[in-house]
Ligand binder design. Sequence first.
Ligand SMILES: [Zn+2]
Ligand SMILES: [Zn+2]
Length: 329
Amino acid sequence: MLAMTLIEPRGRLQPVERALPQPGPGQLRVRVTACAVCRTDLHVVDDELPGIPHPIVPGHEIVGIVDARGDGTTTPAGARVGIPWLGHTCGHCSYCSEGRENLCDEARFTGYQLDGGYAEYAVADERFCLPLPASLDDAHAAPLLCAGLIGYRSLVMAGDARRLGIYGFGAAAHIVAQVAHHQGRECYGFVRPGDTNAAAFARELGCCWAGDSNQPPPEALDAAIIFAPAGELVPAALGAVRKGGTVVCGGIHMSDIPSFPYARLWGERVLRSVANLTRRDGVEFLALAPRIPIRTEVTVFPLEQANDALDALREGRLNGAAVLVPGHK
Ligand SMILES: [Zn+2]
Ligand SMILES: [Zn+2]
């Protein structure tokens, strides 16, 4: 099979011919039909996360059709499943037993420590595979698996905020804005200064206001979610929320946060991060998505052009999400 592989830190992905992976006990093998591209994939390629093994196949928003099954599995061959970021947990540590498996010390992640979906086939532990809503085709369902899930977890952490700011209008934001709008919240979209295209996209998705991230919103916000990996947005967002407001950092990596006066945090403002996802987040969100219904905007790239998709994401040239499709011409 073809696997777009990161051979060494900060390299370009290389097309590598590999033997088909064989599913072990409890594992499913899928023929990958779509894999969305996440900003985290850039952090993997750029070696900004600790302990990345090389070679590694990135990709953790995988839609595939089960084509081989390990011992003890029950999912039928031919079923469509989603493979998300969370690929393994220990099942017995304090976090796992408290319903916070996203924080498990022994967790392993797809496309980071486990080979992911930038390939024609992938294997995954059946217990971590997720059911997908039938209403979306493969390419449009793929971004739900991280942009959607992490976005949803971030939104839950923002509490019942009515006025919600969203910093960085990429794949996660374009899904979260739809959920927030559905819940009757007012969304304020913050984009890279001067990015009028992203601002227009934010308004299209129901934001009542969209503007540059270095500008204050017209009204003080109840909460804000930061998806862009830029540390300077933390003091900006704290300055945009009212007393008692929450700022949620939804990304896995951010540039350093500059120092700021304590007055920005004072007034019981809360600053927190969101890490990974639980399977429960996945099941909840994927059941909610077709009821809204969530629509995703995708740009399809052939699997072989994974580097072009990553470049487009890095340069902010996408509305919504890039999705890799094997065999796409
Ligand atoms: Zn654990
Ligand atoms: Zn992701």
